[in-house]
Design a protein around this ligand. Structure first.
Ligand code: G3P
Ligand code: MG
Length: 348
């Protein structure tokens, strides 16, 4: 393996270069499968393999989530073999950390993920009264009688009288594990009078009192199954269709995650906080390269944010017939390693 920029070399260092990596379809394929190229790339950039004279800054931006940021950061650090700092990971719901402040003292409904993991995410962002679907089913099983709580769910579900709880917002933090139940409960919450379940507002063509916030717009994503899988964006499409059919109205909602501006602004700030944490000037001009597998998400967002973009063929985009993706990247590369090496050469 040749030295890209060794201590002894007089080759200039790419001072402005930084990377933003997508996770699923770029660094990983499925929950347990880290691509070996990804490990090599992160070792290269962090300087631990000795091929660079100093580290090149990077962060990970994923539309995945459902696990508190600190836990996900620890798990990814061990899977990827590189210690990630607190500002080097942005999950779909991480930018909500600031957004949810206005709801800290208010009761909210949190959707997504396994067990109570999304309640823990919400609590880690300071939401003091975060309820989950299982709490509601425990209160009145008749609200959704198509599935029953498991023994485990019975034990963690809270005992709450929702006839006394004015829900003020719904946060979809991750893919739901029960689409039917959660479409029903979101519809109930958005249509309720003063956020009280079991009631209906008379005038449902107003914008409602309960805000709906979603964290990931991906209709498809790539796991270790050979065909792309449906993501949270597909759940939103279903919810929109049901909302329209039952109310005649457009679903009102606020969207976070890639490709949206709020997520890229938050990520850029995180990257600059990271620079500061390693003793570098956070205000230097940066040439950021986003490495992603999903044109509609990673590439669209990077292009709109003024970053360069590298589209890899290890995820959603496979390019069997050499087709041009709907959002054109700066370059298409076979995998993350080829893309990163191309960017380093381009910037050096
Ligand atoms: O749920 C995961 C997903 O939609 C995409 O994750 O890392 O490819 O942005 P990622
Ligand atoms: Mg991806």
């Amino acid at each position: 393996r040749r030295s890209l920029n060794s201590h002894s070399s007089s080759v200039p260092f790419p001072e402005k270069l930084a990377f933003a990596f997508d996770i699923d379809g770029v660094l990983k394929q499925g929950h347990h499968n880290v691509l070996p190229q990804a490990k090599r790339v992160l070792q290269l950039l962090s300087g631990s393999d000795g091929r660079l004279s100093k580290p090149i800054p990077f962060l990970l931006i994923t539309n995945g989530g459902g696990v508190p940021d600190e836990e996900r950061r620890a798990a990814l650090s061990s899977e990827l073999g590189v210690q990630l700092g607190p500002d080097q990971l942005v999950q779909s719901h991480t930018p909500l950390r600031d957004y949810v402040k206005k709801y800290q003292e208010k009761p909210v409904l949190v959707i997504g993920g396994a067990g109570e993991s999304c309640r823990r995410v919400a609590e880690s962002y300071g939401l003091k009264h975060a309820y989950i679907p299982q709490d509601i089913i425990k209160w009145r099983p008749a609200i959704w009688d198509r599935t029953q709580l498991t023994k485990g769910e019975e034990s963690f579900a809270k005992t709450v009288d929702f006839s006394q709880i004015p829900l003020s917002a719904v946060f979809v933090m991750h893919d739901t594990h029960d689409w039917g139940r959660d479409i029903m409960l979101i519809l109930d919450t958005l249509s309720a009078k003063d956020g009280i379940l079991g009631t209906r507002r008379e005038n449902r063509d107003d914008q409602g009192e309960v805000e709906l916030v979603l964290s990931n717009a991906d209709v498809e994503w790539r796991s270790d199954w050979p065909i792309s899988r449906l993501g949270q964006g597909a759940f939103r499409l279903s919810l929109e269709a049901v909302y329209k059919a039952t109310t005649g109205l457009q679903l009102p909602y606020k969207q976070f995650g890639k490709p949206f501006k709020a997520t890229y602004d938050f990520s850029e700030l995180s990257l600059r906080r990271y620079l500061s944490s390693v003793g570098r000037n956070p205000d230097v001009p940066l040439n950021v390269y986003m490495v992603g597998d999903n044109p509609a998400s990673d590439i669209a967002g990077a292009n709109a944010h003024g970053w360069s973009s590298i589209l890899v063929r290890t995820g959603v985009f496979r390019d069997p017939n050499g087709e041009v993706p709907e959002h054109e990247p700066t370059v298409i590369a076979d995998d993350v390693e080829k893309g990163v090496e191309w960017a380093i050469r381009r910037e050096t």
